[in-house]
Design a protein around this ligand. Structure first.
Ligand code: 6R9
Length: 635
């Protein structure tokens, strides 16, 4: 039996039990047998959640890029490492082999060094989904610089806040980016941001759209001429297992974004091991995750996890709707994608388009379908399963967070029987607990509570950059000796977990706890409903009442709104009970969303409570204009 690759359900239980009985022994074996270390660890794990402090493979020396690139050169030198699919399909895909990736990363690393970047320096990467994004991430890791990727859809204010928070010395960007039929002036955004960032010494610019940009002399440099001059070998900086690898910002419930800090050894081991098992990756498979590398999903499951396994990983520059809504399926057919990993928001958007565009393509290569980012509602789950997986590809609903570094609760395909809307069972080594509000663990099955993790796993974030107190307050103070996720979950009669949504989204109505996700799930079953968001607002008698924001499919247009409201409440009554009926239902043209597709309930809550004086910064939203519209038509 290989603990590295789990192939059936009994094996999952055996390996799981082993990983929990003796976590140090278990992870030591995985680390030892499947990775390249320059020096072994002195101690596998030391931890204390009350400080909090976690260290994995202390004293070990390694470089993660040797594991992701160099060690594959002998056997996989000509294998495609990164398969780049550009925004415009006419441009044609690019195959970058492991050997070519090695050369590109080394050259880039040498350019960084020449521009004064060394071990421990922070480099902010603000690039579109082009090969240079993955290459620059790896180039930083090659020389021990700490990368902080900022999603290239964020505004200049969001960018400057992050650059200043991590005190980056350098910014990597491009002249612009393609997004469907549009282009975006990235360099202009960087110029604006840098007016507020005195600490940035240099900017390297990739030419992507051939636009005219302003280059500030002495600060800005075109990348290509520097690469042309660079030496094609760069020996890897030997890092300690606990040296920082990257900082990635995630939004908190208030104020400043949190710069989650991840370190090297544990992150590598966990992302590689989860990748192998969650996607059941086999040597010839072509794997595609549609996320952007600006998010944790892209870090762990486009770059590090796949490359550590010597996989072929697709990078897609474009959007699902360009040239038309068949683009995803065109790519699946063209590259014979085996594993396809996307988000429920994308699934719902595609489902809205009907199935004609799917039927044109051959999707028979697909083996595993993944979902991540938010709870997947029942209707979307079935649509994905029926139309994309044709009921033969298991759906892995993977629950995890920027803070956890890798997948935490997930089915293992072909092993764990799936169940719609359930992330099912903890991954190997993960010890979840459900807690009640008094701080006690809720044992047994058919229970619901706040989701915590009892024991460290290798890729847990080690801190918030520059603010260890906030790290402690946010994650380790709500429950003693536990990592608190901020999510609620239920455990069904067989022990399967279903994530019910952020705990701050639980609404207590007349003393009953109601999760917003199950109500939204019910509403979305109504044939005229495209999407919905539920929030609470103060109510004299019930304490809180429910306010629903609902967007309609074409089928709902022109229908009598009061009748629709009645029908929606009827569906809720049928699925959950009359207690969950909505007091107010506002029909809207869209819901305010973050760039990663999460509905901003915080804003909707304020509007529902008629408190629109201070909505906070809405500039980073995907669609800030809908906020105005919703305020105007609020009930
Ligand atoms: C990987 C990622 C984390 C939050 C998390 C939870 C929600 C993510 C989910 C899910 C239900 C899933 N979430 N995956 N909820 N089912 N499969 O998305 O990280 O951007 O940090 O978001 O997303 O609420 O706490 P991040």
């Amino acid at each position: 039996m290989s603990n590295y690759h789990i192939k059936h359900f009994e094996e999952y239980f055996q390996v799981y039990r082993k990983s929990v009985r003796d976590p140090e022994g278990f992870w030591e074996e995985i680390a030892e047998e499947h990775f390249l270390w320059r020096k072994k660890w002195d101690k596998v794990l030391s931890w204390d959640f009350s400080k909090p402090e976690v260290k994995w493979f202390e004293g070990a020396k390694l470089n993660i890029t040797e594991n992701c690139i160099d060690r594959h050169l002998r056997t996989r030198g000509d294998k495609t490492a990164i398969l780049f699919e550009p925004n415009d399909p006419k441009e044609g895909a690019q195959h970058i082999t492991y050997r070519q990736l090695h050369e590109r990363v080394c050259k880039f690393a040498n350019v960084l060094k020449e521009k004064g970047i060394g071990k421990g320096d922070r480099v902010c990467i603000y690039l579109p989904m082009i090969p240079e994004l993955a290459v620059s991430v790896l180039a930083c890791a090659r020389i021990g610089a700490v990368h902080s990727v900022v999603f290239a859809g964020f505004s200049s204010t969001a960018l400057s806040t992050r650059i200043n928070d991590c005190e980056a010395k350098m910014v990597l960007t491009s002249d612009g980016s393609y997004r469907g039929a549009k282009t975006i002036d990235l360099k202009g955004i960087v110029d604006e941001a840098l007016e507020e960032c005195p600490g940035v010494e240099s900017v390297l610019v990739v030419k992507r759209i051939n636009s005219e940009v302003n280059m500030k002399s002495g600060r800005d440099f075109w990348l290509q001429p520097l690469l042309d001059e660079a030496y094609k070998d760069c020996s890897p900086e030997i890092m300690d297992s606990e040296d920082p690898l990257f900082i990635l910002y995630t939004s908190g419930s208030t104020g400043m974004p949190k710069g989650m800090l991840h370190t090297t050894g544990g992150y590598m081991v966990y992302t590689a091991y989860t990748f192998k098992n969650v996607f059941q990756y086999k040597e010839e498979d072509i794997y595609w995750c549609t996320a952007d590398i600006g998010w944790i999903t892209g870090h762990s499951y486009i770059v590090y996890g796949p490359l550590a396994n010597g996989a072929t990983t697709v990078m897609f520059e474009g959007v699902p709707s360009y040239p038309d809504f068949g683009r995803f399926w065109d790519i699946v057919q063209k590259h014979k994608i085996k594993q396809f990993y996307t988000a429920p928001t994308a699934i719902r958007a595609l489902a809205k388009q009907g199935t004609e565009l799917i039927e044109k393509y051959d999707l028979s290569s697909l083996k595993v379908l993944g979902s991540v980012g938010e709870p997947i509602n029942e209707e979307a789950w079935h649509w994905y399963n029926d139309n994309i997986g044709k009921k033969k590809s298991p759906i892995v609903d993977t629950w995890w967070q920027t803070e956890t570094g890798g997948v935490m609760i997930t089915p293992i395909p072909f092993s764990t029987p799936t169940k719609p809307t359930y992330a099912t069972l903890p991954f190997i080594g993960i010890q979840p607990a459900l807690m009640d509000e008094a701080g006690n663990e809720i044992r047994g099955n058919q229970v619901e509570g706040r989701l915590c993790i009892k024991f460290p796993w290798p890729s847990i974030a080690r801190g918030i950059w520059g603010n260890q107190q906030r790290f402690k307050d946010t994650y380790f103070s709500a429950f003693e000796n536990m990592y608190f996720t901020g999510d609620g979950a239920l455990r069904d009669e067989v022990g399967y977990y279903r994530i019910t949504g952020r705990v701050d989204d639980v609404i207590i109505v007349s003393g009953h706890n109601l999760g917003t996700a199950p109500i939204e799930d019910a509403i979305n079953e109504h044939p005229a409903v495209a999407e919905s968001a539920i929030v609470g607002f103060p109510h004299d008698i019930k304490g809180n009442a429910l306010y629903g924001y609902v967007t309609l499919k074409d089928a709902g247009e022109g229908r009598d709104q009061d009748n629709l409201r009645k029908e929606i409440n009827q569906v809720i009554t049928e699925h959950i009970g009359p207690i969950a009926k909505l007091d107010k239902i506002q029909f809207t043209n869209g819901l305010p969303k973050t760039r990663s597709g999460k509905i901003m309930r915080r804003i909707l809550r304020k509007i529902a409570s008629k408190d629109t004086s201070n909505l906070g910064d809405t500039s980073t939203l995907l669609n800030p204009e809908v906020v105005e519209e919703i305020i105007k038509e609020a009930l």
